[in-house]
Design a protein around this ligand. Structure first.
Ligand code: GCB
Length: 593
């Protein structure tokens, strides 16, 4: 699947804006065929945005079930005879779509794109009604998992991840047009050969009998540096400008479909960063050079719009990453909007790209300790069907993000149960699948402190060890000396595995404006002292090749006695103001300043 683009042969029309929106508490909309007419009793809803926080109403905020979105779009007159596609960058967690009265597509999984060709259902120059039923229910057969419980307060969605279950149309929606003969996929794999670069490409097309593929690679100034013909091939770039952390240099690969008479039937542009990634013993290499990750686990989370994509915050967050000296982040705990990865590509920020497999661990409640009375892996809970949904989530993630130079490592799950035989059986094939889909990037998963060194049975499958640890917060709370000893001892154990270690989470909840001497948990001073302790430990262990603080910013969670207006481990507040820790990290990460 190719993202909609405006090119010499393609057009796109954005469907972002205000749509009609209705809750379907009785679950009657599908059988009553709400898609056949304007939604009755509808209110307006912004797209892109989570629907939850827009209305000041708990009935919307905590709603579980089907919600309906509807809009009308006038198909451009000039699209007569064109192939028309309706493209959703995401619908959380699943959706079915109708164009006028015709059902055109359904999709499972809240963070990857899907589309349908709708040519036969629309008419150039005429309006089309687009109706989407989005469902936010989580079960043991969804990624992430959850269960619905009936309570005196109504239907409640329970889940084992520590962020609010925002839902809706979180990302842009597009109507786009191509010719009948069109490109359907572009894959690139870059390599280095001394000072030169190589770009292997593979182009796919449909309804293109008799047509030829031509590719043109241009540098950032638009100068042609290599060309090729045929659906597959390798281009060589003399004296290549490498993509590197802090230097997001991109070439542009234009793929063209050329007809028998030499006419360009389709044209698509793909950014290409020429860089290599490898693991060598305990080192993580980018372009053959050891790389040390600094940065954060982030969230897509904002006041009012929840997980809705917002370009202004996108840029501001990247400015703050630069300000603080971060060179990387993890897309905890789901694939982020593609615009985020594009920005990382352009700015030379390194990304650990994660699936939405979070909370496959019944030892954790809402990301916090405390069993929930379920067994993680069993025929009734996380089972073979769940694994297939998980596998599909991996396929869609790799298909979507394979060409991003910023993505250097796949994380196939966050903090699953990993100390049991059942976990080993569940995960082995998923690691194999990921490697088969993308042999060019290392693969890992993020280990939880319930499966410490010596107990984990899944880390054997990873190319790197990724650890989330809260010594000095969830354990040894307020006792940083004890925490330091215990943390170092565990890390020494992992270092003996001979793989690079990235500490993908360490953090302390901090209430902004709370101060104390001596540093007490929840104060800004404690967050600084806690991070300092962690850094002393990391600096003593060579195998540690990265530190990503939990979290970049405070974020919304379900309510609970462990959460004060959400998770407060942010180094920035939810509205992106720095806590004292932000200045401390800046001093450590930006030694130039
Ligand atoms: C974790 C989870 C993360 C939580 C965090 C916390 O280990 O991966 O989703 O938010 O801990 O703050 O408890």
């Amino acid at each position: 699947m190719l993202r909609p683009q405006d090119t010499a042969t393609r057009e796109r029309k954005s469907l972002t804006g205000l749509w009609q929106f209705a809750l379907d508490g009785a679950g009657e909309g599908r059988s009553a065929e709400w898609f056949r007419r304007p939604l009755t009793g509808a209110r307006e809803m912004a797209v892109p945005a989570s629907f939850n926080d827009i209305a000041a109403d708990a009935a919307v905020g905590d709603y579980v079930g089907d919600v309906w979105y509807q809009t009308t779009v006038r198909v451009p007159r000039g699209w007569d005879g064109r192939r028309v596609v309706l493209h959703f960058e995401s619908a959380t967690h699943r959706a079915t779509v109708w164009v006028n009265d015709a059902e055109v597509v359904s999709h499972e999984g809240g963070y990857t794109p899907f589309e349908a060709e709708v040519t036969e259902h629309v008419q150039a120059g005429a309006e089309a009604r687009i109706t989407v039923v989005v469902n936010n229910t989580l079960s043991f057969q969804t990624i992430p998992p959850g269960v619905i419980e009936d309570t005196p307060d109504g239907k409640r969605q329970r889940y084992w991840h520590d962020f609010f279950n925002y839902a809706g149309l979180h990302r842009p929606v597009w109507l786009s047009a191509t010719g009948r003969a069109h490109l359907t996929d572009v894959s690139v794999v870059a390599g280095l050969d001394g000072a030169d670069g190589t770009v292997q490409y593979r182009i796919e097309a449909q309804d293109a009998a008799g047509a030829q593929v031509r590719v043109v690679l241009r540098d950032a100034d638009g100068a042609e540096v290599a060309t090729g013909t045929g659906a597959r091939g390798t281009l060589t770039v003399d004296n290549v400008h490498r993509w590197a952390p802090g230097d997001g240099y991109l070439y542009d690969l234009e793929a063209q479909l050329v007809g028998e008479g030499g006419e360009v039937l389709d044209s698509y542009h793909q950014g290409v960063g020429v860089r290599t990634v490898a693991v060598d013993g305990t080192r993580f290499l980018i372009n053959g050079e050891p790389f040390y990750f600094t940065g954060f686990g982030k969230h897509e989370d904002l006041p009012v719009i929840g997980k809705g994509h917002n370009d202004a915050y996108l840029l501001h967050d990247f400015e703050l990453l630069k300000w603080i000296g971060a060179n990387s982040f993890r897309t905890s705990h789901y694939p982020y909007a593609e615009a985020v990865l594009d920005c990382a590509d352009r700015q030379g920020i390194v990304v650990i790209d994660e699936t939405a497999a979070v909370g496959l661990n019944m030892g954790l409640g809402g990301g916090i300790f405390g069993g929930q009375g379920y067994t993680t892996f069993s025929p009734e809970t996380v089972n073979d069907q769940t694994r297939e949904v998980h596998a599909q989530a991996i396929r869609e993630l790799v298909a979507r993000d394979k060409n991003h130079p910023s993505v250097v490592l796949w994380s196939i799950a966050n903090e699953p149960e990993s100390d049991t035989e059942a976990a080993e059986h569940y995960f082995k094939p998923l690691f194999e699948l990921t490697r088969e889909l993308d042999p060019t990037r290392p693969v890992g998963f993020v280990n939880v402190m319930l499966a410490p060194y010596g107990k984990c049975r899944v880390s054997q499958f990873g190319d790197v060890v990724m650890l989330n640890r809260y010594y000095g917060w969830y354990t040894q709370t307020g006792e940083l000396k004890a925490a330091e000893l215990a943390w170092e001892e565990e890390l020494e154990g992992w270092a003996g595995e001979g793989k690079p270690i990235i500490v993908t989470e360490y953090g302390a909840d901090t209430y902004p404006g709370l101060h104390s001497v001596p540093p007490q948990p929840w104060s800004e001073e404690y967050q600084v002292a806690y991070l300092d302790m962690n850094h002393r430990v990391f600096d003593r262990i060579d195998a540690v090749v990265g530190e990503q603080v939990w979290n970049f910013a405070d974020f919304a969670t379900t309510s609970g006695i462990m959460r004060v207006g959400g998770n407060k481990k942010g180094v920035f507040t939810r509205d992106r103001q720095p806590k004292a820790a932000a200045w401390a990290l800046r001093r450590r990460w930006r030694r130039d300043d």
